[in-house]
Structure formats: structure tokens, C-alpha cells
Design a protein around this ligand. Structure first.
Ligand code: KIV
Ligand code: ZN
Length: 432
């Protein structure tokens, strides 16, 4: 993957750009079918869930949280449909969420019966607000819930030895929890599970994003340095986007030591959404890091997400929106045209205003340059050359672009390639 490279170090007079970039993709876990689904006005139907599932598998996700089957009959039925329908490839592990209550844990294992491998994800909330105002419990009371939950998870796993189990614990509201307490509770949970030999994931959520992303990363780093069991566990993060920094928090958390990231496609999820895995993965890709996910057919990803969530994608959504590889301004168009003409096949991508090659996402260059009253001669000449094979001399480029600009002002909008051709034909060919 040599087309892209890390942004070269920016040397400042008194300081070197710190060498904290991500050099390897984290493990990804999609929570589209759980956190994403629970936030929808109309939760997905089984058909929609299956369509989302097929896309996630096709994209290469190997860990997929499929629901909260003990809390919802449709989620239970969906998990059964995956297992009974033999729809889970051998390299994919499904994950289900449960609270730390025995009847819910028992029902989760019922939903998972017969799965080849599965992650049981148990959570309880640990922050002071949750402790004091929601549960009316002190630290010991909250820790006891987590430890008891871990015991039940272990007991029920032992009763179902035909499945290869992994265990996950989330101190929900981790980002608002005192770090020493988050470590204390998580370590107590890990100590319960250690003798099983099962893989253990500790998932650190920014349930509500309430700090800047560097602070969350500091919390993750502190956790990694102070847990007694760093070598026995995977550290996962689960960020939300309340301050608009869900992806930044995920990236900084990986730089701070996290191994795994939970999120959703294009950022669906509670309130302002979960962190957007597409954006984070593309950020890695554009820096020359293999994201270990297939994002080559962005239009298909958008179509499935829009179908399943019934939420339209913003046209300026990073990497995916319909306007993100489009330039209307004349100077941008001119620069893009010059760079594209000089871009060699085997060279690193070096095109001004285009952080990546739109073709890598299944988009075409034609869509890049669009014409309105902001566009100059560069864009008009590009369209005439690219779409109609006409190479104009400079004087004619200037003259033709004036005519097109006048048209754009008249209609107060975009002028299509066909309209540009018609104007050219009318002004120059028919007049000749
Ligand atoms: O946001 C959150 O804290 C969650 C947990 C259940 C992991 O979704
Ligand atoms: Zn969440």
C-alpha cells in the first residue's frame, strides 16, 4: 500500500512533530446492529438487519455486536436467525450485550446456544452521577454488581462448553469515572475471568463525550499503565460523538494504547452518534496504513446504511458525502487539473485539495469538477476536454468561461456538462 504515506513530519523551529501516528489498524468491532439500532426512531427490521450484517461481513469485520437479546425479542430472534441460518462465517465472532443481572445473562446464553464462537459483553455504570443519582450505591456497591455479573457470565459459559467464549466488560460512563475506580472495578472483573483462559476484552466507553479527545486518551493511557492485567487483556474503546470528536477520541485512544475500537458505519448511534469507523479507517488508509476493512465500494456502504437507518448521509460527510470530492471554485479546479495531469501511476498521491484518489472509493474524476458561478476557466476547460475531447487555446478558455459564468449567475446554480457544451456550441460553433 504505497500510494499514500504518513503526512511528512512538520519541523517547527523549536520542536519536532511528535512521532505518535497510528501504524497499524486496531481490531474493529461494529456496533451498528446494537448501539446503532437502539438509537433509531424505527429500529431495523429483520430484513434490514440481515442486509447490514451481510455488508459488515463483506467489508471484513470479524467482530460484530449483534444486539441485546435479553432485552429485546427482535434482537433475540435475529441472533437465532444468524446461528440457525448458518450465516456466521468461521472468522466472524458475534457479540451480545447484557446487563449484570442473572436472568438477562441466562437469556443471552440461550440466544447464543450453538454459536461456534461468541463474545458476551457485560456492563454496568461506574461514574459518580450514575452511582449516586441513578443507582444510589457507593463504589463498593457498584463494584459488587460488576463482579457478580462476571461470575454469572463465567458460570453460564462453563455450562455451554460447545462454544468458544470471549468475555467483555464495559465500565459504562468510563470517561466520567475516576480512573483509579475504573481500574479497580475492571481488575476485579478480570480476576474473576482469568482462570477460564478465555480472551478478555475491557471496553472503555466515552458513553457521553464530555472532554476533549486528548483527555480521553490520557484516561485510556492511565488505565493501560495501571491495570494489573495489561498483558492478559485487549483494551477496547467505544466513543460517542457528543462534542463532535468521536473519531479523534478513537484515534488518540489507539495512540494511547488501545488495541480495539468499537463504532458504527458513518457514525449512526445514540444522540450525535457512535464514532464513525468509515472515517477512522479512511484516515488510516490516507496515511498509508492498511485499515483491514474493504471500503472500495463507498456507494454500496452508503446505500445499505441509508436503507437500514433511514437517515440520509450529509453531503459533506468525510470521505463519503456526495460533495467531498467536488470543487466549484476556479482556483481549486485549476490546481486539481494541474496535479491530476502530473500524477504518475506509481507515485505517492500528490493532488492539491484531494486528500485521496476518489477512484479508491469507487468514485470517478468526472464528479470532481463541477461548475457554478464560482468556477473559473480551469473547470470549464476540464469539462470540455474531459467530456467532449475539446482542447481550447487559452484565449478561448477565458472567453468560454465568461459565458458559462454568466449562465451560472442567471440560473443561480450549477451548470451541467451538457449545458456547457450547448453554450459552447451556440457561442462558437454555430456562430462560425
Ligand atoms: O456507550 C456506551 O457506554 C455503551 C456501552 C453499553 C458499551 O454503549
Ligand atoms: Zn454506546
Amino acid at each position: 500500500h504505497r500510494k499514500y504515506r504518513a503526512t511528512p513530519a512538520i519541523v517547527m523551529p523549536d520542536r519536532q512533530w511528535p512521532n505518535n501516528t497510528i501504524t497499524q489498524a486496531p481490531q474493529w468491532c461494529s456496533v451498528d446492529l446494537r448501539d446503532g439500532n437502539q438509537a433509531l426512531v424505527e429500529p431495523m427490521t429483520v430484513q434490514q438487519k440481515l442486509r447490514m450484517w451481510d455488508l459488515l461481513v463483506k467489508m471484513g469485520f470479524t467482530q460484530i455486536e449483534v444486539g441485546f437479546p435479553a432485552a429485546s425479542q427482535p434482537d433475540f430472534d435475529f441472533v437465532r436467525a444468524l446461528i440457525d441460518g448458518d450465516r456466521i462465517p468461521d472468522n466472524v465472532t458475534i457479540q451480545v450485550l447484557t446487563q449484570a443481572r442473572e436472568e438477562l445473562i441466562a437469556r443471552s446464553y440461550e440466544a447464543l446456544k450453538g454459536a461456534k464462537q461468541a463474545i458476551v459483553h457485560v456492563y454496568n455504570s461506574t461514574s459518580p452521577v450514575q452511582r449516586e443519582r441513578v443507582f444510589s450505591l457507593d463504589r463498593d456497591g457498584i463494584k459488587a454488581i460488576a463482579v457478580q455479573g462476571a461470575r454469572w457470565v463465567k458460570e453460564y459459559a462453563a455450562r455451554n462448553p460447545e462454544t468458544s467464549w470471549s468475555f467483555q466488560y464495559s465500565p459504562e460512563s468510563f470517561s466520567s469515572t475516576e480512573v483509579d475506580f475504573a481500574v479497580e472495578v475492571s481488575d476485579a472483573v478480570i480476576a474473576e475471568w482469568l482462570d477460564t483462559g478465555a480472551p478478555i476484552i475491557i471496553n472503555l466507553p466515552a458513553t457521553v463525550e464530555c472532554t476533549s479527545p486528548n483527555v480521553f486518551a490520557d484516561q485510556v493511557e492511565w488505565f493501560c499503565r495501571h491495570t494489573q492485567f495489561r498483558n492478559n487483556i485487549s483494551v477496547s474503546v467505544h466513543t460517542h460523538n457528543d462534542r463532535g470528536c468521536g473519531v479523534a477520541a478513537g484515534e488518540l485512544a489507539v495512540m494511547a494504547g488501545a488495541d480495539r475500537v468499537e463504532g458504527t458505519l458513518l457514525g449512526n448511534g445514540e444522540r450525535t452518534g457512535n464514532m464513525d469507523i468509515v472515517t477512522m479507517a479512511m484516515n488510516l488508509y490516507s496515511q498509508g496504513v492498511n485499515p483491514e476493512l474493504n471500503l472500495a465500494d463507498m456507494d454500496e456502504i452508503i446505500a445499505v446504511v441509508e436503507h437500514c437507518t433511514t437517515i440520509p448521509l450529509h453531503p459533506r460527510h468525510p470521505y463519503a458525502g456526495e460533495l467531498v470530492f467536488t470543487a466549484f471554485s476556479g482556483s481549486h479546479q485549476d490546481a486539481i487539473r494541474k496535479c491530476l495531469a502530473k500524477q504518475g501511476q506509481d507515485e505517492h498521491w500528490q493532488v492539491a485539495y484531494l486528500p485521496i484518489d476518489p477512484a479508491d472509493l469507487g468514485r470517478s474524476y468526472e464528479a470532481v469538477i463541477r461548475i457554478n458561478s464560482q468556477s473559473g476557466k480551469g473547470g470549464v476547460s476540464w469539462v470540455l476536454e474531459n467530456d467532449y475531447g475539446l482542447q481550447l487555446p487559452r484565449w478561448l478558455q477565458i472567453d468560454a468561461s465568461r459565458a458559462v459564468q454568466a449562465k451560472a449567475e442567471e440560473i443561480a446554480g450549477e451548470v451541467s456538462a451538457k449545458q456547457i457544451w450547448e453554450l459552447f456550441d451556440e457561442h462558437y460553433l454555430q456562430a462560425a
